[in-house]
Design a protein around this ligand. Structure first.
Ligand SMILES: O=C(O)CCC(=O)C(=O)O
Ligand SMILES: [Fe+2]
Length: 313
Protein backbone atom coordinates (compact mmCIF):
# COMPACT_ATOMS: atom_id res chain seq x y z
CA UNK A 1 0.00 0.00 0.00
CA UNK A 2 1.25 3.43 -0.83
CA UNK A 3 -0.06 6.03 1.49
CA UNK A 4 3.18 7.90 1.34
CA UNK A 5 3.71 10.72 3.69
CA UNK A 6 6.52 13.14 2.94
CA UNK A 7 7.42 15.39 5.78
CA UNK A 8 10.08 15.78 8.43
CA UNK A 9 10.99 14.68 11.94
CA UNK A 10 12.55 16.62 14.75
CA UNK A 11 16.21 16.52 15.74
CA UNK A 12 17.54 14.48 18.54
CA UNK A 13 20.01 16.27 20.78
CA UNK A 14 23.66 15.55 20.15
CA UNK A 15 24.80 12.33 21.76
CA UNK A 16 28.39 12.53 20.75
CA UNK A 17 28.16 9.76 18.17
CA UNK A 18 26.24 11.68 15.54
CA UNK A 19 25.11 8.32 14.33
CA UNK A 20 21.36 8.24 14.22
CA UNK A 21 20.69 11.87 13.44
CA UNK A 22 17.67 12.90 11.49
CA UNK A 23 16.53 16.44 11.49
CA UNK A 24 14.28 19.31 10.68
CA UNK A 25 10.96 20.69 11.75
CA UNK A 26 7.63 19.92 10.19
CA UNK A 27 6.32 22.87 8.22
CA UNK A 28 2.64 23.58 7.77
CA UNK A 29 2.89 22.86 4.04
CA UNK A 30 4.74 19.61 4.51
CA UNK A 31 2.24 18.56 7.12
CA UNK A 32 -0.66 19.33 4.82
CA UNK A 33 1.06 17.37 2.05
CA UNK A 34 1.66 14.57 4.44
CA UNK A 35 -2.00 14.08 5.17
CA UNK A 36 -2.88 12.65 1.79
CA UNK A 37 -6.59 12.33 2.13
CA UNK A 38 -7.16 15.53 4.04
CA UNK A 39 -4.95 18.10 2.38
CA UNK A 40 -7.62 20.78 2.29
CA UNK A 41 -8.58 20.44 5.88
CA UNK A 42 -5.39 20.00 7.78
CA UNK A 43 -3.28 23.05 7.32
CA UNK A 44 -0.70 22.17 9.90
CA UNK A 45 -2.71 22.98 12.99
CA UNK A 46 -1.12 21.19 15.84
CA UNK A 47 -0.12 21.48 19.41
CA UNK A 48 3.38 20.89 20.63
CA UNK A 49 4.47 21.09 24.20
CA UNK A 50 7.99 22.14 24.94
CA UNK A 51 10.20 20.75 27.67
CA UNK A 52 13.79 21.34 28.50
CA UNK A 53 16.12 18.37 28.38
CA UNK A 54 19.12 17.28 30.33
CA UNK A 55 21.52 18.93 27.94
CA UNK A 56 19.44 22.15 28.09
CA UNK A 57 18.47 21.83 24.45
CA UNK A 58 14.94 22.94 23.83
CA UNK A 59 13.01 19.86 22.97
CA UNK A 60 9.47 19.22 21.88
CA UNK A 61 7.47 16.43 23.38
CA UNK A 62 5.75 16.20 20.04
CA UNK A 63 2.23 15.46 21.13
CA UNK A 64 -0.05 16.71 18.36
CA UNK A 65 -3.78 16.59 17.97
CA UNK A 66 -5.60 16.93 14.71
CA UNK A 67 -9.26 17.51 14.15
CA UNK A 68 -9.56 17.19 10.45
CA UNK A 69 -12.81 18.87 9.50
CA UNK A 70 -12.20 22.11 11.29
CA UNK A 71 -10.04 25.03 10.34
CA UNK A 72 -8.94 25.48 13.91
CA UNK A 73 -7.24 22.86 15.99
CA UNK A 74 -9.23 21.17 18.67
CA UNK A 75 -8.20 18.59 21.19
CA UNK A 76 -9.78 15.25 20.47
CA UNK A 77 -8.66 13.46 23.58
CA UNK A 78 -8.04 13.97 27.20
CA UNK A 79 -4.35 14.19 27.94
CA UNK A 80 -3.45 13.62 31.55
CA UNK A 81 0.02 14.31 32.84
CA UNK A 82 0.38 11.78 35.62
CA UNK A 83 3.81 12.70 36.90
CA UNK A 84 4.92 16.16 35.95
CA UNK A 85 8.66 16.44 35.63
CA UNK A 86 10.44 17.58 38.75
CA UNK A 87 13.90 17.30 37.24
CA UNK A 88 14.79 17.75 33.60
CA UNK A 89 15.64 14.10 32.96
CA UNK A 90 12.66 12.57 34.77
CA UNK A 91 10.28 10.47 32.69
CA UNK A 92 7.10 12.27 31.64
CA UNK A 93 4.09 9.98 31.58
CA UNK A 94 0.91 10.90 29.77
CA UNK A 95 -2.30 8.99 29.23
CA UNK A 96 -4.24 9.77 26.09
CA UNK A 97 -7.89 8.74 26.10
CA UNK A 98 -8.92 7.97 22.53
CA UNK A 99 -12.49 7.35 23.66
CA UNK A 100 -14.73 4.28 23.59
CA UNK A 101 -12.35 2.12 25.57
CA UNK A 102 -9.14 2.85 23.63
CA UNK A 103 -6.21 4.59 25.23
CA UNK A 104 -2.50 5.24 24.97
CA UNK A 105 0.22 5.80 27.53
CA UNK A 106 3.27 7.74 26.38
CA UNK A 107 6.37 7.91 28.56
CA UNK A 108 9.07 10.19 27.28
CA UNK A 109 12.53 9.34 28.63
CA UNK A 110 11.23 5.93 29.73
CA UNK A 111 14.84 4.70 29.51
CA UNK A 112 17.82 6.91 30.36
CA UNK A 113 19.29 8.72 27.39
CA UNK A 114 22.77 7.17 27.26
CA UNK A 115 21.54 3.69 28.12
CA UNK A 116 19.08 4.01 25.24
CA UNK A 117 22.00 4.64 22.88
CA UNK A 118 23.74 1.56 24.24
CA UNK A 119 20.60 -0.51 23.54
CA UNK A 120 20.25 1.10 20.13
CA UNK A 121 23.82 0.21 19.11
CA UNK A 122 23.46 -3.30 20.46
CA UNK A 123 20.23 -3.92 18.55
CA UNK A 124 21.59 -2.39 15.35
CA UNK A 125 24.61 -4.69 15.41
CA UNK A 126 23.37 -7.93 16.99
CA UNK A 127 19.82 -8.50 15.79
CA UNK A 128 19.63 -10.71 12.66
CA UNK A 129 17.68 -8.14 10.65
CA UNK A 130 15.94 -9.18 7.49
CA UNK A 131 13.92 -7.28 4.89
CA UNK A 132 11.31 -9.78 3.79
CA UNK A 133 9.09 -9.93 0.75
CA UNK A 134 5.48 -9.40 1.78
CA UNK A 135 2.12 -9.39 -0.05
CA UNK A 136 0.49 -5.99 -0.49
CA UNK A 137 -2.79 -5.70 -2.42
CA UNK A 138 -2.10 -9.13 -3.89
CA UNK A 139 1.39 -8.15 -5.06
CA UNK A 140 4.79 -9.14 -3.72
CA UNK A 141 7.02 -6.32 -2.57
CA UNK A 142 9.92 -5.69 -0.25
CA UNK A 143 8.82 -4.66 3.23
CA UNK A 144 9.90 -1.00 3.58
CA UNK A 145 11.90 -1.63 6.78
CA UNK A 146 14.05 -4.33 8.38
CA UNK A 147 12.45 -6.69 10.84
CA UNK A 148 13.04 -9.52 13.30
CA UNK A 149 10.78 -11.52 15.61
CA UNK A 150 11.51 -12.87 19.09
CA UNK A 151 9.03 -15.09 20.93
CA UNK A 152 8.73 -17.57 23.76
CA UNK A 153 8.64 -21.18 22.62
CA UNK A 154 5.37 -22.95 21.91
CA UNK A 155 3.37 -19.88 20.84
CA UNK A 156 1.09 -19.77 17.82
CA UNK A 157 3.13 -18.44 14.91
CA UNK A 158 2.79 -14.79 13.84
CA UNK A 159 1.77 -14.33 10.21
CA UNK A 160 1.27 -10.89 8.65
CA UNK A 161 1.02 -9.76 5.03
CA UNK A 162 1.61 -13.35 3.93
CA UNK A 163 4.89 -13.51 5.82
CA UNK A 164 5.73 -15.77 8.77
CA UNK A 165 8.85 -14.57 10.55
CA UNK A 166 11.20 -17.01 12.21
CA UNK A 167 10.82 -16.80 16.01
CA UNK A 168 14.18 -16.23 17.73
CA UNK A 169 14.66 -17.01 21.42
CA UNK A 170 14.86 -14.30 24.10
CA UNK A 171 18.00 -16.04 25.41
CA UNK A 172 19.95 -15.00 22.34
CA UNK A 173 19.56 -11.30 23.11
CA UNK A 174 19.89 -10.61 26.87
CA UNK A 175 19.41 -6.81 26.57
CA UNK A 176 15.85 -7.46 25.38
CA UNK A 177 15.08 -8.97 28.78
CA UNK A 178 16.44 -5.84 30.47
CA UNK A 179 14.13 -3.68 28.37
CA UNK A 180 11.22 -6.01 29.13
CA UNK A 181 11.96 -5.78 32.87
CA UNK A 182 11.87 -1.99 32.64
CA UNK A 183 8.48 -2.25 30.91
CA UNK A 184 7.16 -4.53 33.66
CA UNK A 185 8.20 -1.92 36.24
CA UNK A 186 6.31 0.78 34.35
CA UNK A 187 3.29 -1.44 33.69
CA UNK A 188 2.67 -3.60 36.76
CA UNK A 189 0.44 -6.56 35.94
CA UNK A 190 1.24 -6.58 32.22
CA UNK A 191 2.73 -9.59 30.47
CA UNK A 192 4.39 -9.96 27.09
CA UNK A 193 5.76 -13.07 25.39
CA UNK A 194 6.67 -11.90 21.92
CA UNK A 195 8.45 -8.99 20.30
CA UNK A 196 8.40 -7.59 16.79
CA UNK A 197 11.46 -5.47 16.03
CA UNK A 198 11.57 -2.91 13.22
CA UNK A 199 14.53 -0.97 11.90
CA UNK A 200 13.92 2.10 9.76
CA UNK A 201 17.18 2.80 7.99
CA UNK A 202 16.31 6.26 6.78
CA UNK A 203 13.70 8.71 5.59
CA UNK A 204 12.04 6.40 3.09
CA UNK A 205 11.54 3.45 5.43
CA UNK A 206 8.09 3.35 6.95
CA UNK A 207 5.17 1.26 8.13
CA UNK A 208 1.91 1.87 6.36
CA UNK A 209 -1.55 2.06 7.90
CA UNK A 210 -2.46 -1.07 9.78
CA UNK A 211 -3.84 -2.42 13.05
CA UNK A 212 -2.16 -5.14 15.05
CA UNK A 213 -5.47 -6.91 15.32
CA UNK A 214 -4.42 -10.49 14.63
CA UNK A 215 -6.57 -13.05 16.43
CA UNK A 216 -3.53 -14.42 18.29
CA UNK A 217 -3.52 -11.22 20.41
CA UNK A 218 -7.18 -11.41 21.44
CA UNK A 219 -9.76 -8.58 21.35
CA UNK A 220 -7.98 -6.01 23.53
CA UNK A 221 -4.22 -6.45 23.11
CA UNK A 222 -1.80 -4.37 25.07
CA UNK A 223 1.21 -3.42 22.92
CA UNK A 224 4.27 -1.79 24.46
CA UNK A 225 6.40 0.07 21.92
CA UNK A 226 9.94 1.26 22.75
CA UNK A 227 11.75 3.56 20.32
CA UNK A 228 15.45 4.25 19.83
CA UNK A 229 17.38 6.55 17.54
CA UNK A 230 15.93 8.95 15.02
CA UNK A 231 12.60 10.40 16.04
CA UNK A 232 9.68 9.54 13.83
CA UNK A 233 6.03 10.49 13.85
CA UNK A 234 3.50 7.87 14.86
CA UNK A 235 0.04 8.64 13.50
CA UNK A 236 -3.25 7.07 14.48
CA UNK A 237 -6.60 7.45 12.82
CA UNK A 238 -9.95 6.01 13.64
CA UNK A 239 -11.27 3.14 11.57
CA UNK A 240 -14.58 3.54 9.87
CA UNK A 241 -17.31 1.88 11.89
CA UNK A 242 -17.62 -1.16 9.61
CA UNK A 243 -13.87 -1.81 9.80
CA UNK A 244 -14.00 -1.68 13.58
CA UNK A 245 -16.21 -4.71 13.86
CA UNK A 246 -14.54 -7.72 12.41
CA UNK A 247 -12.48 -7.14 9.28
CA UNK A 248 -8.80 -7.62 9.73
CA UNK A 249 -6.79 -4.62 8.67
CA UNK A 250 -3.45 -5.96 9.71
CA UNK A 251 -0.56 -5.81 7.32
CA UNK A 252 0.28 -3.40 4.60
CA UNK A 253 -3.08 -3.10 2.94
CA UNK A 254 -6.25 -4.74 1.83
CA UNK A 255 -9.75 -3.97 0.58
CA UNK A 256 -10.87 -2.67 3.94
CA UNK A 257 -8.10 -0.12 3.87
CA UNK A 258 -9.05 1.11 0.38
CA UNK A 259 -12.54 1.93 1.60
CA UNK A 260 -11.06 3.51 4.67
CA UNK A 261 -9.06 6.02 2.62
CA UNK A 262 -12.21 7.37 1.01
CA UNK A 263 -13.92 8.05 4.30
CA UNK A 264 -11.00 9.31 6.31
CA UNK A 265 -12.01 12.97 6.14
CA UNK A 266 -14.40 12.35 8.96
CA UNK A 267 -11.78 10.61 11.06
CA UNK A 268 -9.82 12.15 13.82
CA UNK A 269 -6.06 11.75 13.78
CA UNK A 270 -3.62 11.66 16.61
CA UNK A 271 0.09 12.09 16.04
CA UNK A 272 2.97 11.69 18.43
CA UNK A 273 6.66 12.10 17.82
CA UNK A 274 8.24 8.98 19.31
CA UNK A 275 11.43 10.05 21.03
CA UNK A 276 14.66 8.17 21.60
CA UNK A 277 14.17 6.06 24.75
CA UNK A 278 10.39 6.52 24.86
CA UNK A 279 7.62 4.03 25.60
CA UNK A 280 4.22 4.11 23.93
CA UNK A 281 1.54 1.70 25.11
CA UNK A 282 -1.59 0.99 23.07
CA UNK A 283 -4.41 -0.52 25.10
CA UNK A 284 -8.08 -1.44 25.18
CA UNK A 285 -9.79 -1.33 21.79
CA UNK A 286 -7.03 0.66 20.05
CA UNK A 287 -6.32 -2.17 17.58
CA UNK A 288 -10.00 -2.82 16.92
CA UNK A 289 -11.02 0.80 16.41
CA UNK A 290 -7.88 2.59 15.17
CA UNK A 291 -5.13 2.11 12.60
CA UNK A 292 -1.62 3.49 12.93
CA UNK A 293 1.41 4.18 10.77
CA UNK A 294 4.96 5.54 10.82
CA UNK A 295 4.96 7.61 7.63
CA UNK A 296 7.93 8.50 5.48
CA UNK A 297 9.54 11.72 6.60
CA UNK A 298 11.89 13.34 4.12
CA UNK A 299 14.37 14.62 6.68
CA UNK A 300 14.31 11.68 9.10
CA UNK A 301 17.63 10.51 7.77
CA UNK A 302 18.88 8.56 10.75
CA UNK A 303 18.24 4.97 11.73
CA UNK A 304 15.35 4.27 14.07
CA UNK A 305 14.76 1.02 15.92
CA UNK A 306 11.36 0.19 17.35
CA UNK A 307 10.40 -2.75 19.56
CA UNK A 308 6.75 -3.76 19.99
CA UNK A 309 6.17 -6.19 22.86
CA UNK A 310 2.98 -8.23 22.57
CA UNK A 311 1.19 -11.07 24.32
CA UNK A 312 0.22 -14.04 22.14
CA UNK A 313 -2.73 -15.69 23.93
O1 LIG B 1 7.70 1.61 14.51
C1 LIG B 1 6.71 1.86 15.19
O2 LIG B 1 6.67 2.77 16.00
C2 LIG B 1 5.45 1.05 15.00
C3 LIG B 1 5.65 -0.32 14.46
C4 LIG B 1 4.36 -1.04 14.30
O3 LIG B 1 3.33 -0.46 14.23
C5 LIG B 1 4.34 -2.50 14.26
O4 LIG B 1 5.39 -3.14 14.29
O5 LIG B 1 3.25 -3.06 14.21
FE1 LIG C 1 1.66 -1.76 14.52
Amino acid sequence: MEEDYVSTAANKPSDGTGKFLGGGQITANEEAESLNETKKNSSGHKLKEEVTCKDNSNYKTGLHHYHQDQRRMSLTSIVAVESPTSSSDAPIRRTIDLGHGSDLIYIQRFLPFQQSWTFCDYLDNHIPWTRPTIRVFGRSCLQPRDTCYVASSGLTALVYSGYQPNAYSWDEFPPLKEILDAIYKALPGSRFNSLLLNRYKGASDYVSWHADDEKIYGPTPEIASVSFGCERDFVLKKKKHEESSGENTTGDGGPALKRLKKSSRENHQQSLTLKHGSLLVMRGYTQRDWIHSVPKRAKAEGTRINLTFRLVL
